[in-house]
Design a protein around this ligand. Structure first.
Ligand code: IVH
Length: 676
C-alpha cells in the first residue's frame, strides 16, 4: 500500500477506535465485540511501529480508557491507574519473563515468583483511605484523571468504610474491581449484554439510590499512592487486605516458572464456568515489591505485570440440557443449554448442535464438559467434548423419533440432488398441523422480506397465537382490534399503529406473497422467478387445478426439488384455503409483464464469461422484458450464445457444433438498439 493510503486508513481506524471507546467507557454499551476491537487496535499499533512518524495524539498506545463523562466531578489520581499488556500464548509469557530478566540483568537461573490473580472483568476503582476512613472513590477515567463516584461506591457492602487496624497504612489508594455476580446478572439480562456492562451502568448512575438497586461487589488487588504500607510482597499485601476487611479473589496463588503459570491458567480456565463472576484471564504480577519498583513502567503499563487472556472466542463450559427447537420447515434443531459463560464480551448460554448427525458424530451428551466457540455474529457452537471429564453413568443422547411439539413421526429425507440422506431430521406433519411449525410460519409471513409488518414482531405473534387471535396467515388481516386494545401493554395508540401497518400491507406484490407463504425451497429468488412466470395471483392459485407442474421446470433456476415442494404445497387443502382467503382480502399486484410480442419472442439466450459494464442479471432482465427466454445449457433449443471475457470453452464448442449463433455483448446490445 502506498503511504498516503496507509495514512488515510490509519486515521479512519483511529476515529473508529475513538467512537468505540466512547460507547464502551462513557455509555457502558459497546457496539463491537472485544475481538473486533482488539484486532483494530492491533492493526493500528502495527502501522505505528512500521511508520514511526504517523502516530496520532488519539493513538491507543498513549491512552488508558476514556475521558471521564461530564456527569461526575473529575479528580486527578495521585498515582496513575495503568493498564496491562496482554499475553495470549506460552511464547508471549516466555518473552515477558525474558524481558524482565534482561532488564534486571539476571540470567535464566534467577527464579521469579508471581502473584497469579484471576482477572475479573469489571470496572476498576481507586478508594482513598486516610487514617483508616474511606474518604473518596474514583473511577479509572483516562488513567490520569477519574470521576468522583464516592456516593455510588459507598453503597457497596464489600467496601469497608472504616478500618481501625493499626497496621493499615495512614494514607493509601486501595484499588480493585467493581463487578456484578453472574447470579445477580440473571435478572438484568434483558438490559445488558454482559455483567461488565451492567456493573458499569450501575456505577454511573447519577443517583446512588439507583446504584443500590443493582447489587455490586468489590475485590481488592493493588494500590496506587501509599504512605505506611509495611508489606514487601504482593501475596502478603493480598493477605492483609483480607484481614482489613476487603474481599480478595479466592483463586489467587503464588506461582513460579512459566510451565506452572500455564498449568494454573488451564486449571482456572476449567473452573471458569463454575464461578459466580466473570473472569477473562489471569494477571501475573512479580511478587516482590522491590523488584516491581526496579522494573517500573513502559508507556502506560507496568513492566512487572501482564494479563494472560483467555481466548476471546472459545470457552469451556458444561451442557446442562439439550433442547429441540423447530423451524418453519419442520427441521428439528438441537440446542445445548450450557452453563452461562462470557465469550468475547457476550454471555453465552445456548450453543447450536446443528442436527442429529452432528450430535452422533461428536457423541455429545447432557452433562458433558465442552469447548464452545463463538465466532463473529454466528450462533455459538460446540467445538469438542472432553471425554475425560464425562461422568460414568452418562448415556448417549437419543434424538426424538416423534416431534416433541405435535407427536408426529420425525423423518430424515433422501435428498435427490446430493443422493444422500439428509443430516436434518424433520417433523413429518402436514402444513399447519404442528402448532410450533405454524407459529414459525406466521413469523416468517410477517418478516422483513415477506409482508414486513411493523409492530408485529415474533413475541407478538406468539402472544396472539396463544390467545387464538391468529392461527393462519389470513387471520392477521381480520384481527379484532377492540380486543387487542384491552390487552396488557396495549393501548389506543399502539393498537391504531398496528392496524395502520397491517392495512398498509394489504397491497402486496405477487413475489412477496409467494415468498411469504413459506413453501419449502422457495426463497426470495425463486419466488421472483415464479411470480414472473405466473404473472397473476389467479394463475398461481390455479396451479392446484391445472397441475402443470412440469411447466415450472422450464423456468431457469427452478429444479425438481422446488417443483416437488410446490406439489406438496398445492396438494394440501389447508394451503388452498389460505390462498383462497388471502386472495379475497389482499390486493395482489401482478408481476411486471414481459412484452408478449417483444423483439426476442421465441428466442433463447445463454450468457457465458464475464461481461463488462452490465451484469448478467441485467442482461437477463433485458431479454425477458423483450419476451426472450434465458436458458442454462447449450442445447439445440438455444438460439444465441452471448460470450464475454473468458467464456466456458465447452459451451462455445458445443454451440459451434450445433450451429448456434455466437455473439458478443456489443452485438447483443445492437440487437436492442442499445449500443454503448
Ligand atoms: S492490577 C498496573 N490486578 O485489569 C496494574 N488488575 O488491563 C493494573 N484487573 O484496569 C491493575 N483483575 O480493571 C490488576 N488482579 C488484578 C486485576 C486487574 C482485573 C483489571 C483492572 C485493570 C485491568 C488492566
Amino acid at each position: 500500500m502506498d503511504k498516503n493510503k496507509v495514512i488515510k486508513e490509519y486515521k479512519k481506524k483511529i476515529n473508529l477506535l475513538k467512537k468505540y471507546d466512547k460507547f464502551y467507557y462513557q455509555k457502558s454499551d459497546p457496539i463491537v465485540s472485544d475481538k473486533e476491537y482488539d484486532e483494530l487496535k492491533k492493526w493500528v499499533l502495527k502501522i505505528e511501529s512500521e511508520y514511526k512518524d504517523i502516530k496520532s495524539k488519539n493513538s491507543p498506545s498513549g491512552k488508558v480508557g476514556y475521558k471521564p463523562s461530564k456527569n461526575f466531578q473529575k479528580v486527578s489520581h495521585r498515582v496513575p491507574m495503568l493498564s496491562l499488556a496482554n499475553a495470549f500464548t506460552e511464547e508471549d509469557l516466555l518473552n515477558f519473563e525474558k524481558k524482565i530478566l534482561n532488564f534486571l540483568s539476571e540470567n535464566k537461573g534467577f527464579k521469579i515468583s508471581y502473584s497469579a490473580e484471576p482477572k475479573i472483568d469489571g470496572i476498576s476503582a481507586s478508594l482513598i483511605y486516610r487514617n483508616g476512613i474511606f474518604e473518596k472513590g474514583l473511577s479509572r477515567g483516562d488513567g490520569r484523571e477519574g470521576e468522583d463516584i464516592t456516593a455510588n461506591l459507598e453503597t457497596i457492602k464489600d467496601i469497608p468504610k472504616i478500618i481501625p487496624d493499626k497496621d493499615f497504612p495512614k494514607d493509601i489508594d486501595v484499588r480493585g474491581e467493581v463487578f456484578i455476580q453472574n447470579s445477580n446478572f440473571e435478572n438484568l439480562k434483558d438490559k445488558f449484554a454482559n455483567p461488565r456492562n451492567a456493573a458499569s451502568g450501575s456505577l454511573r448512575q447519577k443517583n446512588p439510590e439507583d446504584t443500590k438497586k443493582i447489587p455490586l461487589n468489590f475485590i481488592a488487588y493493588t494500590f496506587g499512592f501509599e504512605q505506611g504500607l509495611k508489606q514487601k510482597k504482593q501475596s502478603d499485601y493480598l493477605k492483609k487486605l483480607d484481614e482489613w476487611g476487603f474481599k480478595t479473589n479466592p483463586l489467587n496463588k503464588t506461582v513460579a516458572g512459566i510451565k506452572n503459570l500455564i498449568q494454573n491458567y488451564n486449571e482456572v480456565e476449567q473452573q471458569r464456568a463454575n464461578l459466580n463472576f466473570d473472569i477473562d484471564g489471569i494477571v501475573y504480577k512479580v511478587n516482590d515489591f522491590d523488584l516491581q519498583k526496579r522494573l517500573g513502567n513502559v508507556a502506560n503499563a507496568p513492566r512487572w505485570a501482564i494479563a494472560h487472556k483467555f481466548s476471546s472466542n472459545k470457552a469451556i463450559s458444561k451442557i446442562l440440557d439439550i433442547d429441540i427447537q423447530i423451524g418453519r420447515t419442520g427441521a428439528l434443531t438441537p440446542v445445548a443449554k450450557i452453563k452461562p459463560i462470557n465469550i468475547g464480551g457476550v454471555l453465552v448460554s445456548n450453543a447450536t448442535l446443528h442436527n442429529e448427525d452432528e450430535i452422533n458424530r461428536k457423541d455429545i451428551r447432557i452433562g458433558d464438559t465442552v469447548t464452545v466457540e463463538r465466532a463473529g455474529d454466528v450462533i455459538p457452537h460446540i467445538l469438542s467434548v472432553d471425554i475425560n471429564k464425562r461422568e460414568k453413568n452418562s448415556s448417549k443422547f437419543i434424538f426424538p423419533n416423534k416431534c416433541p411439539f405435535c407427536g408426529s413421526k420425525t423423518v430424515k429425507e433422501f435428498n435427490k440432488v446430493t443422493k444422500k440422506i439428509d443430516a436434518v431430521r424433520r417433523c413429518s406433519s402436514e402444513d399447519y398441523y404442528c402448532d410450533k411449525i405454524s407459529i414459525e410460519k406466521l413469523k416468517h409471513f410477517v418478516s422483513k422480506d415477506a409482508f414486513n409488518i411493523d409492530g408485529l414482531g415474533k413475541k407478538i405473534i406468539e402472544g396472539f397465537w396463544q390467545l387464538n387471535f391468529i392461527k393462519f396467515p389470513q387471520d392477521i388481516f381480520k384481527l379484532d382490534y377492540k380486543k387487542i386494545e384491552k390487552l396488557e401493554g396495549w393501548g389506543k395508540l399502539s393498537t391504531e399503529n398496528l392496524k395502520y401497518s397491517i392495512n398498509e400491507k394489504k397491497n402486496i406484490s405477487l413475489e412477496r406473497l409467494i415468498f411469504a407463504l413459506g413453501i419449502r425451497h422457495i426463497g426470495l429468488e425463486n419466488a421472483k422467478l415464479l411470480a414472473k412466470h405466473f404473472i397473476s395471483f389467479l394463475k398461481f392459485q390455479s396451479l392446484s387445478k391445472t397441475k402443470n407442474y412440469d411447466d415450472l421446470l422450464n423456468i431457469d433456476g427452478i429444479g425438481e426439488t422446488q417443483v416437488s415442494s410446490m406439489k406438496v404445497f398445492f396438494s394440501n387443502k389447508i394451503n388452498l384455503k389460505v390462498l383462497d382467503e388471502l386472495g379475497k382480502i389482499l390486493v395482489i399486484k401482478n408481476a411486471t409483464a414481459a412484452k408478449q410480442n417483444g423483439l426476442f419472442k421465441n428466442k433463447t439466450f445463454l450468457v457465458t464469461g464475464k461481461l463488462s459494464g452490465i451484469s448478467r442479471a441485467e442482461v437477463k432482465s433485458l431479454i425477458e422484458e423483450n419476451s426472450g427466454i434465458t436458458v442454462s445449457s447449450v442445447t439445440n433449443k438455444l438460439k444465441y450464445l452471448i460470450i464475454g471475457e473468458k467464456p466456458t470453452r465447452r459451451k462455445v464448442e458445443s454451440a459451434k457444433q450445433l450451429d448456434i449463433k455466437i455473439i458478443n455483448q456489443e452485438d447483443f446490445l445492437k440487437m436492442l438498439n442499445k449500443t454503448s
